[in-house]
Design a protein. Structure first.
Lengths: 417, 276
């Protein structure tokens, strides 16, 4: 989609700069002249929203790190007393950061489900999708380590549960766990390295986001009709102002939700147990992760064998990277795939169901439901996708993006007139 | 061939039914009541703390709770914006009635005691210099009360926990309701460690306060229910002292974002006009 830059600087200084470092040309071709399909809906604003959230998390995080003390004896009070009370607007920065993590994941899940629904992982966008899966995994690692830093009692319990997963590995598991902990249990050294990694990983995420955007700009954006751009003049509009204004509008609506969380229900998503300092002798009655990890936690607990549980947990993420080869249907968008669309919504319901189960205390009855839903999760990728690839009767797809848009306007005009 | 219509509504309905069934299953053994939800002056979008109530709550804390519970906040916060509204002089006088151990030795190398200043943390109960001492004497160390109102929770269950996030229904006062419920939950006069609302009903803290235990100066009836409300409000403030400032800034942010979004919406419409 993006060829050699056609950018011609207007000023002499601009031309001097451009002939030595074509930075403005890159920006111009990527974010101004870059052609985007004209039929994109608001689901396509979440890329911009996610970029904003990443920057917001890094900026608030850097400020928090200036006041945070990564030691087992000081961490809790540095967050709950120094930052929340003594630092000017420290409470605001902290609530932005802790609720920002949740909204980052919310936007991420919408972005991923959009990709699944409209077939954005299909050729030529397989690498784009896989880079996205890597970003998702890095986000989970970053969020988990960030959750440990306030050193509350749920932080401590979460760190213990997750790092203990490695001990399920035969032979070397315990050694790996000790190596991760920097001791014989989760403690000060663990907190210190988690802080270090929590500061590092966002920049690695940013690097992968760079690759993600690069790959996107090579392959071009998918669109709700799932047909590729055939005629740039008819099928696309320029990124600026058309996509830019939509992105900013989508972002500002998203920010209303973000502000609602920060200013009015800042503790809604935080576990009350994390307002108690970490205490190895007093584990919370009911250990739960943050909401965005709950479906995976439900799968982990659904499997009676610890090692198998850990394998299922990681398989649930790894399987995402193989989607481009599991779904072979030539039709991209679920708009023209009625059966896939049905199973997609079932899959969404399965995900929400698993999330709910992850938040509940495990009982026999719930464990059985969790097993069924875990099967459903994997069945969507490993059975439904390959089978539908060859058996589904799809609807006819429009010949071009312009046709899809024109048909829609015409139908609307007929209906109205 | 598989051909299915697009029954999103049916699916949502199915999911809701399934979730309610799951919720029912999860709560099959709910043998104790949840704390009742009370009206608080600091709930809702425009809620702020009631100064007089926080001052009464502080009095209850000082005369009753502080015998066993620490409240590790600095005295100076008692005169901060949005809080109980004591004057700086009142706080200075109050602090001076406490003795604290100076953190640094004097120039002869002696550790010494001095009257507290507003910058000092409110000292722990004298009888229990640390949690171990308190646990040894009382069976279980009483928790520090600084964050207590944020540290208490109870399960709301589906669908309430979803509704609790929505504008107009938002529920952030769970800790206050819990504290009030515990203090008023000693309903078996022959068993002072039986509490209606405490999980399992066995609570380490024997009934701490009864009608008439604290002498209110402002004419508020000296009832257990009032004590419980006032101290719960006070502890909510102690745990979340920036609530008033937070909501005040939040209102401006919300107004700005709504106007901004509306303007952007019309700008977007204008820009996209010719495309369709």
């Amino acid at each position: 989609m993006s060829g050699p830059s056609t950018y011609v600087p207007k000023s002499a200084i601009g031309r001097w700069f451009e002939s030595r470092l074509p930075l403005m040309g890159l920006v111009h071709s990527s974010f101004i002249a870059y052609p985007v399909p004209r039929n994109l809906n608001y689901m396509w604003t979440f890329g911009a929203i996610l970029s904003f959230m990443l920057v917001a998390q890094i900026v608030t995080g850097v400020v928090l790190a200036m006041h945070y003390v990564p030691s087992a004896s000081e961490a809790f009070s540095s967050v709950n007393f120094r930052i929340m009370r003594d630092v000017n607007y420290g409470w605001l920065i902290r609530y932005m950061h802790s609720n920002g993590a949740s909204l980052f994941f919310l936007a991420g899940y919408i972005h991923m489900f959009r990709g699944l629904y409209y077939g954005s992982f299909k050729p030529p966008r397989e690498l784009l999708w896989i880079i996205g899966v890597i970003i998702y995994f890095l986000m989970m690692a970053t969020a988990f380590m960030g959750y440990v830093l306030p050193w509350g009692s749920m932080s401590f319990a979460g760190a213990t549960v997750i790092t203990n997963l490695t001990s399920a590995i035969p032979l070397v598991g315990n050694s790996i766990a000790h190596w991760l902990w920097g001791g014989f249990a989760v403690g000060g050294p663990t907190l210190n390295r988690f802080f270090s990694l929590h500061y590092l990983l966002p920049f690695i995420i940013a690097a992968f986001v760079g690759l993600h955007v690069w790959a996107l700009h090579v392959a071009g954006q998918n669109n709700p009709d799932g047909v590729e751009v055939k005629d740039v003049a008819r099928d696309t509009v320029a990124f600026t102002p058309y996509a830019t204004i939509k992105d900013v509008l989508g972002l500002s609506v998203f920010l209303i939700l973000y502000a609602w969380l920060i200013f009015y229900i800042p503790n809604y998503l935080l576990d009350a147990d994390n307002s108690n300092p970490a205490n190895p002798l007093a584990t919370p009655a009911h250990v739960v992760p943050e909401w965005y990890l709950l479906p995976f936690y439900a799968m982990l607990r659904a499997i009676p064998n610890k090692l198998m549980g850990v394998i299922v947990l990681f398989a649930a993420i790894v399987v995402l990277a193989f989607i481009p080869w599991l779904d072979r249907s030539p039709v991209k968008s679920a708009k023209y795939r009625p059966a896939y669309r049905f199973f997609f919504w079932v899959f969404v319901a399965v995900g929400i169901g698993l999330g709910y189960l992850g938040s509940q205390e495990p009982t026999e009855g719930l464990a059985l439901i969790a097993r069924i839903l875990t099967f459903g999760y994997f069945a969507f990728f490993l059975i439904i996708m390959p089978v539908l690839s060859f058996t589904e009767k799809t609807k006819p797809i429009p010949t071009s993006i312009a046709d899809a848009v024109l048909t829609k306007t015409k139908t609307a005009a007929v209906a109205a007139g | 061939m598989i051909r299915v219509k697009f029954p999103v509504l049916a699916l949502v309905a199915m999911a809701l039914v399934a979730a309610s069934a799951l919720a029912a299953l999860a709560q099959e053994e709910a043998e104790q009541p949840n704390p009742p939800r009370l009206d608080w002056t600091f709930s809702g979008m425009f809620g702020i703390y009631d100064k007089a109530q926080l001052q009464r709550g502080f009095q209850v804390y000082k005369e009753v709770c502080s015998t066993c519970h620490a409240l590790s906040i600095p005295f100076r916060e008692l005169s901060d914006f949005g809080g109980p509204g004591f004057t700086e002089d009142q706080v200075k006088t109050l602090a001076a009635t406490y003795q604290v151990t100076n953190a640094q030795p004097n120039d002869k190398g002696e550790i010494f005691k001095r009257p507290a200043t507003p910058a000092d943390i409110i000292p722990r109960p004298e009888a229990y210099p640390n949690d171990q001492a308190a646990a040894a004497a009382l069976g279980k160390a009483p928790p520090d009360m600084a964050l207590l109102a944020k540290a208490l929770k109870f399960e709301r269950g589906f669908p309430w926990f979803v509704l609790d996030a929505l504008p107009g229904l938002e529920y952030q006062e769970m800790g206050a309701d819990y504290i009030h419920a515990i203090l008023t939950g000693y309903t078996k006069p022959d068993d002072l460690q039986w509490n209606l609302y405490y999980p399992g009903h066995r609570i380490a803290m024997p009934q701490p306060i009864t009608n008439g235990a604290v002498d209110y100066k402002d004419g508020t009836p000296p009832t257990l229910d009032n004590y419980a409300r006032d101290v719960a409000a006070f502890l909510s403030w102690a745990a979340e002292p920036n609530l008033v400032e937070r909501k005040r800034i939040g209102l401006r942010v919300m107004i700005f974002l709504f106007l901004f979004a509306i303007l952007l919406y019309f700008t977007k419409k204008r820009i996209w006009e010719w495309v369709h």
